[in-house]
Design a binder for this molecule. Structure first.
Ligand SMILES: [Zn+2]
Length: 1026
């Protein structure tokens, strides 16, 4: 439900597969931090998915489809079949792989010719009810009737895609039925358009005298997205580099254009774009292809003929000279240096993405140019310390029919724009002469090999997103699967012509006239101007309204609210039953040993020849005042160099031998007590079996001879970190609000606020503002003395059966070299003396939307009431908060959760309201106590919780629940039984005991613009940026 390519979507970052040399450098680095690896469950069918597919013959007809070709790709353990539907021309790609996490998607080429957000609003409205499933919001309802591992929809610049994944076969056909009906036969009623798109309505829909304003889910979503400077920049960049056709518009919708869209136009757009002749179907996994083909043919395709969809994107006419443009954004009060908020970027139009080798080459070249400390642009731009980080669009981008490459800087002084432009030009000139170090090319090819072997649980989805852009423009997607062929050709080209890449640099960049220099500057009253524009638009639309018209607007508002409050009958929708949930967990065998007096967990798994290493180093000896430095320590310690290696050399070795060395902060509450916790850092890395010794050698250098003395390097890293964190505020505002709300409730909440909440944002900002950062480096040296030893360390290894012993020997040798005596205990749980307090905090920030959260003290994981609170949170989210906060309130999202931090937490995301939302939180508690819901509602909440509980885990992550959360299989199995056993009475009891009574610790936090209600209430503490 997000516009991925234009809005800097978090979602796309999560599912992008690193194997595809990520489209943008940013994706790769963020992927490393945020990627949660899971397990790939494998089931052995009697005839394997691959064998079945390999028996097909080109020309063979199956359920109205004709097989075009079958392609075997051994390096990815898959076979692909390409088919087309005879009667409609619909295209189909099936990827067979021994993976039970099956994927389905249907995608349409959507090429809007304006910025009304028509494709995005259609994406939302299609999910509001369909012919066969006429209930309201079947999509959200299915989230609770399924065990899906993924359900979503995205609008890109030129496609709209509806994917899901699930491990359950009945679930697969249920979901497919709902998706097919939603996309091909949606009701698209006027009220859906008004709810999801835009409408005029009284600010208070109960009060006809309150001002008339714009409302609508997409309207607010895009207001939020456009408030983020990086989304805004990315949108302008694409619009201006491709000025002649669909890419010149904002497919997500520009809030100033969205009100130009009519309901009729929306329906027309559906008829011309969501047609089988303009559709691409994709299935992935071990489920038989025939079943999917039959269902799609019967349910949809038989009801259509063929049309000629007018959706082809023409090539952009090439410029004869470069262009420049200047745009504005809002001033960022969180910026480390307020005088440095300008962004400059140069983008180049490249060749078509449909040519597999050409796009492979361009993406490798893009990575060589900008990725990692050894790349020429990193050295020339980032190390020059002119700006805070790369510009928001950087590297090779294949999300448009013709690819582009961008490079630039953000966080610079306006007078440095020319300097940056000169550096960019000079760097290309230098590279065109000197070329690239062979070791760097080798490192990239190593990364490709490693990522092919590294298994993730969302492989099928990652593959879809990687193939969709080129397939969308008539490329044969199977050509883009043959990675090994491309690597081989790449090496051949280099052998035949050692200057080949230099010539490419000449062709793509130095001689390329189709290049855009885009400058974005902050403007004092930028947000005010947008608000004025919006107000003016409202005046235009309302000034000539008669009293009658105004009455109609008021009544329409009431009508919609009434519709939204109506009890709705979801019984038309298919559902799984509680009996479809497995009673028992699949247990993981781990073996605990002591190596060099350090506790090591061994977990033998089919890891495809990759070794996974993790360690936790406890911080319980660290003085409290150093705690706030730990996140900075974690993020720089592997990036400063170590031993005799400069940071360039270290990074080179990392890329040549491993998938990267990661250090993160770690906080874990004891499963049995809110007042016991473990604070620490985690180390993690993986590598091909034969590089294990080198991987540990790199860790050893960091432990024995860390380099925490290079102030220039440190300054660069601090600025990048600070700008990253400040940027994440508008994308992840709800998690900052949740952290702030919990900060005075539980010890884990308290420490996580210090290490990753608003307190950390402010701390990092203050460091970034320092003229001389050397005192901070001294603090990090103190941290390193506490952390970099075996004293408080425990480790885990996941490796294949044949290699585990060798891996363990390497680990033992590594541990024997480290300082410290070892601890040989499993965890360093501390009893925390903590005085919780009630507080209400408002962080005043210049966002057009709010992020609201409330947290109430709950119970630890093993407590008998934990399962009831967890199901209750889910029930309140789907049956009450979703309706109040999203449907009626117009927020992008909202809900409640009971996590392992010990607090029951409410939240809202990109929310136009704050006071109303806080009231909705309270009302939901009364609603829970009144228990006006059915057994089906309870079952749905359980299914929804179990789709999270049973999400697949990759071999690399098996055993990690025990290692990282101290939750053994026994505890986990007990929790499962408790979840299954939760009754309505249990939930009423916990709602009263923990939420209603008001004797538990309670905190509220709001991130958002100044408002009257917190100002007028002395219970609120208001924090402003000075
Ligand atoms: Zn959306």
């Amino acid at each position: 439900m997000f516009s991925p390519s234009k809005n800097g979507s978090a979602i796309r970052k999560c599912i992008c597969n690193a194997r595809y040399l990520s489209k943008r450098y940013n994706f790769l680095s963020k992927l490393r931090q945020s990627h949660r690896c899971n397990v790939q469950a494998r089931h052995c069918a009697s005839v394997s998915a691959l064998q079945r597919v390999e028996s097909y013959k080109p020309g063979e007809c199956i359920h109205g489809f004709t097989v075009e070709k079958i392609v075997n790709v051994p390096e990815l353990y898959l076979s692909a079949v390409k088919l087309s539907h005879d009667a409609t021309g619909a295209q189909y790609l099936h990827v067979a792989r021994e993976d039970s996490n099956n994927v389905f998607s249907v995608a349409f080429r959507t090429t809007p010719m304006d910025s009304t957000g028509v494709s995005h609003i259609l994406e939302h409205s299609a999910l509001c009810g369909s012919q066969k499933y006429p209930c309201r919001d079947p999509f959200f309802k299915m989230l609770n009737r399924s065990l899906s591992t993924f359900m979503n929809a995205f609008t890109g610049s030129d496609y709209t895609v509806y994917p899901f994944s699930t491990q359950n076969s009945t679930d697969f056909s249920n979901l497919m039925s709902v998706y097919l009906d939603a996309t091909f036969f949606p009701k698209l009623q006027e009220q859906d358009f008004r709810q999801e798109g835009w409408r005029l309505e009284n600010e208070d829909n109960q009060d006809p005298t309150s001002p008339i304003i714009f409302k609508g889910v997409v309207y607010n979503e895009m207001k939020g997205a456009m408030a983020s400077a990086d989304s805004l920049f990315a949108t302008h960049c694409q619009n201006k580099l491709f000025p002649s056709h669909t890419y010149s518009h904002n497919s997500g919708g520009d809030p100033s254009c969205i009100p130009d869209l009519t309901w009729q136009q929306l329906k027309q757009f559906h008829a011309s774009h969501y047609h089988p002749s303009n559709a691409r179907f994709y299935t992935y996994g071990n489920r038989p292809l025939e079943e999917s083909l039959q269902q799609i043919d019967t349910q949809v395709l038989r009801r259509f003929g063929k049309i000629q969809p007018d959706t082809v994107v023409p090539d952009e006419a090439r410029w004869t000279e470069p262009r420049e443009a200047e745009v504005y954004c809002t001033l960022d009060p969180m910026a480390a240096d307020p005088t440095k908020q300008t962004t400059v970027n140069v983008s180049y139009l490249l060749g078509r993405i449909t040519d597999p080798f050409e796009s492979f080459t361009a993406s490798v070249l893009g990575t060589l140019l900008v990725s990692g400390p050894t790349s020429p642009f990193y050295k020339a731009l980032l190390e020059a310390n002119i700006g805070s980080d790369y510009s928001p669009v950087v590297g090779y981008d294949n999300s448009t029919k013709e690819a582009s490459f961008s490079v630039g800087l953000q966080g610079i002084a306006t007078e440095d724009v020319e300097k940056v432009k000169d550096i960019i030009q000079q760097t290309f000139q230098k590279v065109a002469v000197e070329g690239f170090d062979d070791k760097r090319i080798e490192a990239i090819l190593h990364k490709i090999e490693l990522s092919q072997k590294h298994q993730t649980t969302n492989f099928g989805l990652g593959l879809l997103m990687a193939l969709l852009s080129c397939w969308n423009h008539e490329a044969d997607p199977t050509d883009h699967l043959k990675i090994n062929d491309m690597v081989t050709s790449f090496k051949h080209c280099l052998e035949n012509n050692p200057k080949w890449l230099e010539e490419k640099v000449e062709e793509y960049f130095l001689k390329n006239q189709h290049r855009l220099t885009l400058v974005m500057k902050p403007k004092e009253n930028f947000q005010q101007e947008l608000d004025d524009q919006e107000a003016q638009k409202i005046v235009c639309l309302t000034e000539n309204l008669s009293t009658n018209d105004r009455q109609t607007i008021f009544e329409d508002g009431l009508k919609l609210a009434e519709e939204q409050s109506k009890e709705d009958d979801p019984s038309c929708l298919p559902t799984l039953a509680i009996s479809d949930i497995d009673r028992d967990i699949i247990r993981t065998v781990v073996d605990l040993q002591t190596l060099n007096n350090v506790s090591v967990q061994h977990c033998i798994q089919p890891t495809n020849g990759v070794v996974y290493f993790r360690a936790v180093a406890s911080l319980h000896t660290l003085p409290d005042e150093l705690l706030t430095y730990v996140p900075l320590f974690s993020s720089v310690i592997t990036q400063m160099g170590a031993g005799d290696m400069s940071f360039h050399e270290f990074s080179q070795q990392e890329d040549l031998k491993t998938g990267g060395l990661g250090v993160k902060t770690y906080l874990c509450q004891h499963p049995e007590s809110i007042h016991k916790l473990e604070k620490g850092i985690t180390l993690s890395s993986y590598c091909l079996d034969n590089n294990t010794e080198e991987m540990f050698r790199l860790w050893q250098e960091i432990f024995l001879r860390p380099k925490l003395d290079d102030v220039d390097r440190f300054t660069t890293l601090v600025r990048m970190n600070a700008s990253d964190l400040a940027m994440s505020l508008s994308n992840m505002g709800h998690s900052f609000a949740m952290s702030a709300a919990q900060s005075n409730i539980t010890p884990v909440g308290h420490f996580s606020e210090i290490m990753s909440g608003m307190m950390q944002v402010k701390f990092l900002k203050s460091v970034a503002e320092m003229q001389d950062m050397s005192p901070v480096l001294q603090k990090l040296q103190q941290v390193s003395r506490h952390v970099l030893s075996t004293e408080n360390m425990r480790c885990a290894l996941n490796a294949s059966p044949l290699f585990m012993d060798t891996a363990s020997l390497h680990l033992e040798r590594y541990l024997s070299q480290l300082p410290g005596e070892g601890a040989a205990h499993t965890a360093c749980m501390q009893d925390i003396q903590f005085n919780p307090t009630m507080q209400k905090l408002h962080y005043e920030l210049p966002f057009p939307v709010n992020y609201v959260s409330r947290a109430i003290e709950g119970v630890p994981y093993t407590h008998e009431d934990f399962a009831s609170l967890r199901i209750l949170a889910r029930l309140m989210s789907s049956k009450f908060l979703h309706r109040e906060i999203r449907e009626k309130g117009g927020a992008y999202g909202g809900g409640a959760s009971m996590g392992t931090s010990g607090a029951f937490t409410f939240y809202s995301y990109r929310d136009p309201n704050s006071e109303k939302t806080i009231k909705a939180f309270s009302d939901s508690i009364q609603w829970a106590v009144d228990a006006n819901y059915s057994q089906q509602d309870i079952d749905e909440a359980k299914l929804s919780v179990f789709s999270a509980v049973d999400s697949p885990t990759a071999p690399s992550s098996k055993g990690m629940r025990l290692f990282s959360s101290h939750i053994s299989d026994e505890i986990y199995q007990r929790h499962r039984q408790q979840l299954l056993a939760v009754t309505q009475d249990d939930m009423v009891k916990v709602a009263k005991k923990y939420l209603l009574k008001g004797d538990k610790m309670d905190g509220t936090a709001l991130l958002g613009p100044a408002n009257e209600f917190t100002k007028g209430d002395e219970q609120w503490t208001i924090k402003k940026e000075e």
